[in-house]
Design a protein around this ligand. Structure first.
Ligand code: PHE
Ligand code: FE
Length: 289
């Protein structure tokens, strides 16, 4: 999920200049496909009534419910027809400029490897289950599809402005860990949550985390942890509103304002927050207790 850290500066041997590789779908073993099916079955049971309408619809129209690891070629054909996006394989984390260039051009980069059967619940790098099951359904939604492409262009701009720290937090608290207010209640759209068995319950049901309405400047000041459940979630009223807000705001002056302000630690409520649920923040104590 931490798409912004990377190890290599140039593509390793056998990797194209744009860092893409062949998915080599035919090289997956029966065990690989079985791992996908196990993860899929577990999440599919949990997510109706929890995942956002857009995510659930995307899963269906993209036929991601067919058994086995999806073939990116067929998946890209469907996605292209719906929103102009494609899914391309990369060997792992790629440099920021490469990541943003693909995104701005509606190419979603996905790892082609799948976790081992003993890593069902936790892994450090995004694999094909997180990337495809978690992220790709949202790309079938025309509004979210536009948001992510705009984010890619925003990323290129933020790199030039030395403001990636701020923009990355927006990605984290929307694309990876976002919640949306639907008429029936809060729903998950963040890929880091929908692809996680335990967090897809924690994010909605647990009393520990704070759930706040998303404010752009506030989110961009907020730290995050990559190694545990989130201690605060940010809620958007709708994808239309997220797109409108982010596209209509010029981030350059906002970055300058933020550079003069302190970061906000996780699990903190500050003046101006619209609080939906003030968390008990007792999760860490329960975990360690
Ligand atoms: N409006 C942002 C900018 O001025 C770009 C952006 C759009 C960023 C959508 C994120 C999401 O840089
Ligand atoms: Fe991710």
């Amino acid at each position: 999920m931490a798409e912004y850290t990377h190890v290599l500066a140039t593509p390793p041997e056998g990797v194209a200049a744009d860092w893409t590789i062949d998915q080599h779908w035919d090289r997956y073993s029966a065990e690989d496909h079985a791992t996908w099916d196990t993860l899929f079955a577990r999440q599919a049971k949990l997510l109706p009534g929890r995942a956002s309408d857009a995510w659930l619809k995307g899963l269906g129209v993209l036929k991601l419910d067919r058994p086995g690891i999806p073939d990116f070629r067929a998946l890209s054909d469907r996605l292209m027809a719906l929103t102009g996006w494609q899914v391309v394989a990369v060997p792992g984390l790629v440099p920021d400029d490469v990541f943003f260039d693909h995104m701005a051009n509606r190419r979603f980069v996905a790892g082609n490897f799948i976790r081992r059967p003993d890593q069902l619940d936790y892994l450090e790098e995004p694999d094909v289950f997180h990337d495809v099951f978690g992220h790709v359904p949202m790309l079938a939604d025309p509004v979210f599809a536009d948001y992510l492409a705009a984010y890619g262009r925003g990323g290129q701009r933020a790199l030039g402005l030395g403001a990636l720290k701020y923009l990355s937090r927006l990605y984290w608290y929307t694309v990876e860990f976002g919640l949306v207010a639907e008429p029936e209640g809060l729903r998950i759209y963040g890929a880091g949550i929908v692809s996680s068995y335990s967090e897809s319950r924690f994010a909605l049901d647990d009393l520990s985390p704070d759930r706040l309405m998303l404010d752009l400047a506030r989110v961009m000041r907020t730290e995050y942890r990559i190694d545990d459940f989130q201690q605060n979630y940010f809620v958007i009223p709708s994808f239309d509103e997220l797109l409108r807000l982010t596209v209509e705001t010029d981030f350059a002056p906002l970055y300058e304002t933020l550079k003069a302000l302190p970061d906000i630690p996780v699990a903190t409520v500050v003046e101006g927050d619209v609080v939906l649920n003030r968390g008990t923040q007792d999760y860490a104590r329960r975990r360690d207790g």
